[in-house]
Write a protein that binds this ligand. Sequence first.
Ligand code: F6P
Length: 357
Amino acid sequence: MKRIGMLTSGGDCQALNAAMRGVVKCLSCSGEAVEIYGFLEGYKGLIYGDFRMLTGADFSGILTKGGTILGSSRTPFKLMREPDENGLDKVEAMKQNYYKLKLDCLVILGGNGTHKTANMLREEGLNVVTLPKTIDNDLWGTDMTFGFQSAVNIATDCIDCIHTTAASHGRIFIVEVMGHKVGWLTLNAGMAGGADIILIPEIPYDIDKIVKAINSRAERGSKFTIMAVAEGAISKEDAKLSKKEYKEKMKNYQYPSVSYEIADKIQKKTGLDVRVTVPGHTQRGGSPCPYDRVFATRLGAEAGKMILNGEYGFMVGYKNREIVKVPLEEVAGKLKMVSPDATIVQEAKLTGISFGD
Ligand code: F6P
């Protein structure tokens, strides 16, 4: 008999359900008796002992369902060691609930912050297996995270729709893409959607270079320009600021987001019509795409296998087209960013895409 605690933490994404289903299907197919404790709303459920007993039936029919049947929430890692408003020691509470329920392990699905806490729980002596979820694809130790490809599809659809209206009106359009501090989503959706300019946090932009790219398109007869801008895009000047200086500057920030600032600057410099579209959380919503359904199922099945073998302390990752076990201490606290020298960036540049650098 295996007693397994499961939770989904951080921002949700597509294929969380598919991944959990993969774990449970693998365990049930093995013939091993299992009890599944589904902690509700991420680490909160583990801290406050808020769980639901789940059976195989709960995982049936959820392969294609977006969101997470367990609910999710953000409990920042930096607050984990701080007592809650009633003085409760959160880490001790999580450990006590784990031991009280006599769990064999925790299956934790999450992104960067989630992995820091998962690693801390491992250091505290709990058995943990994690699965890499995030639309940002910024998790260290895995080439791919589930949710990413589905989000690329949605952001690309958005750029595709903008393309036709931009062409009709001869406008400059900015599509602001999620991704937090990294540019994977913007880079991939931008290339897939045929964006002319792609701005990502890893390659700070120069507004004059952007204007130059727009003007040279106009000189070649293209009246419209499509820009895919990462929500974390940053100018060359701002990238030079220290963290403290940047924070100070942002206190008086007058725009809803970076895209509006860029739009304003382009409008002032060129007199052209610039529009901004922000697909926002739609990028995290809806059904997982087929790639993510397969990928999340594979990761889930491998996690199930690891549990059956008693192998803990790993994230199930994906490297060079193989599913791999990555020690949690290697994953926690590291970001996988786009290298400005990556071949994908060079290839994009070879096809005429400007990064505003
Ligand atoms: O990490 C996933 C993500 O969607 C990021 O791309 C985005 O910056 C952030 O979460 C949004 O967070 P929230 O849902 O808390 O607004």
